[in-house]
Design a protein around this ligand. Structure first.
Ligand code: HEM
Length: 397
């Protein structure tokens, strides 16, 4: 095994050498699932598979913690540099997710509890320009058009590369972020880090910080192939991949607190107690958007969030995998909370945009929610087996 790369003597040459070695060493880490005594009592499996046709972290049941990390490419990078970053990340992710320290791990002790760690890699538009591969860029890979509701901050938006790191334990996430950022610092720089959390009793849908049951209507496993995983028809290299739209949406909790329970339920179209639609009694009851009360008034207001967000045809559906954020408020403020809204779909333009446009045009929830960050990434397919690397089909096919 190569010697660990130290923080000093950290040249680009050694970095890329480490990357190739890391990619080659993937097979060593793959079978080495390290279940510690502490892990064995956990109900959830301690490791998620790394290899497969799709990257982990999308169809995977969402763990409690996430860090989305957006990066900028340093000026002057070429195709080999970017492939080098992806090789390093592949090698490190294959090891860390299975409970094995990364090759240059400075805190190898922290790798012992992966706690369902997943590492998902995304590429922004600039990768295709820098790599001279514009003809392979999916047509939808560009920033979303501006919406009137947006108050986007550059510090929370865009990005050339993405790491989405999830685990049941915050320490596993922090360690993976540290290792994966540190190993590529000569080539790319961190643009933003967005940390979030979601938790619920086993089998239950989590709540967002407005108190609502959030995540009820979603895509089930049989529909993933049709709606989430790309079939390679437009871009053969992308077969098995997908896209991510990440929106950072701030919640005005101080004014939301002034609304009574009935007002809150009419805003979303669902009950606070169990998330049932206003026309039903159980969470997964089908909403009846045509139902009216004794006065002829719709029971689920047409302006409510679920009425506006509901797909008008099957091709407008996508996988939602949101996380709450709760950061330190600015001086004088009382909260800095919201949603890291993450949507995965084959085609951003066809599936996501019409829904987002409807919500931007009108959604009762908009009074209390403001998009402050926005990014779009292509998520390459997974690495089928040891020896390959993330993005290989883009660079080599
Ligand atoms: C802070 C912002 C947001 C909050 C608090 C929020 C909250 C909710 C809640 C409570 C539900 C009902 C339960 C469920 O089915 O999960 C819901 C449903 C939904 N939301 Fe959002 N949401 C937000 C932003 C968005 C955005 C930006 C989009 C897409 C552009 C979106 C799309 C949807 C969709 C498609 C549904 C399911 C609608 C249905 O068919 O019943 N949401 N959301």
């Amino acid at each position: 095994m190569p010697e660990p790369i130290g923080p000093r003597g950290f040249t680009r040459r050694r970095l890329l050498g480490g990357g190739a070695a890391a990619a080659g060493a993937v097979g060593l880490g793959a079978g080495a699932i390290a279940l510690t005594g502490h892990d064995t009592h956990r109900a959830a499996p301690a490791t998620e598979p790394f290899y497969g046709p799709h990257q982990a972290g999308i169809a995977t049941a969402p763990p409690t913690h996430v860090a989305f990390v957006g990066f900028d490419l340093r000026p002057g990078l070429d195709r080999d540099d970017i492939a080098g970053v992806l090789k390093i990340w592949t090698g490190d992710a294959a090891r860390l997710t299975q409970g094995t320290p990364a090759l240059a791990d400075t805190e190898p002790e922290l790798a012992a509890r992966p706690s369902r760690l997943t590492v998902t890699v995304g590429l922004g538009p600039a990768v295709f320009t820098a790599a001279g591969l514009e003809q392979r860029r999916p047509a939808w890979l560009r920033p979303l058009p501006p919406f009137t509701i947006d108050r986007l901050e550059p510090g929370w938006s865009d990005g050339d590369l993405l790491l989405q790191i999830c685990a049941e334990e915050a320490t596993a996430v922090a360690h993976a972020v540290r290792v994966l950022c540190r190993s590529v610092t000569s080539l790319i720089t961190v643009r933003w880090v967005q940390r979030g959390f979601r938790d619920a009793a086993p089998g239950q849908t989590p709540r967002n910080l407005m108190g609502q049951v959030d995540g009820t209507v979603n895509i089930a496993a049989p529909d993933l192939d049709r709606l989430v995983w790309d079939d390679g028809a437009a871009q053969p290299w992308l077969a098995g991949g997908t896209s991510l739209v990440l929106r950072r949406i701030a919640m005005a909790l101080d004014t939301w607190d002034e609304i009574d329970a009935e007002g809150r339920e009419l805003t979303v179209g669902r009950k606070l107690g169990n998330g049932a639609p206003l026309t039903g009694s159980r969470e997964f009851d089908e909403p009846d958007f045509a139902a009216v009360d004794a006065h002829g008034i719709p029971v689920i207001p047409p302006s409510s969030h679920i009425a506006r967000a509901r797909h008008t045809h099957d091709g407008e559906r996508f996988l939602r995998r949101g996380y709450n954020y709760d950061d330190a408020p600015a001086p004088g403020q009382t909260s800095n909370s919201g949603l890291l809204f993450a949507a995965y779909q084959r085609d951003v333009d066809a599936q996501y945009l019409p829904v987002q446009q409807r919500l931007a045009d009108f959604d009762a929830l908009n009074v209390w929610t403001t998009p402050i960050g926005s990014s779009v990434f292509v998520i390459p397919p997974g690495v089928p087996e040891p020896g390959g690397y993330l993005g290989q089909t883009l660079f080599e096919s």
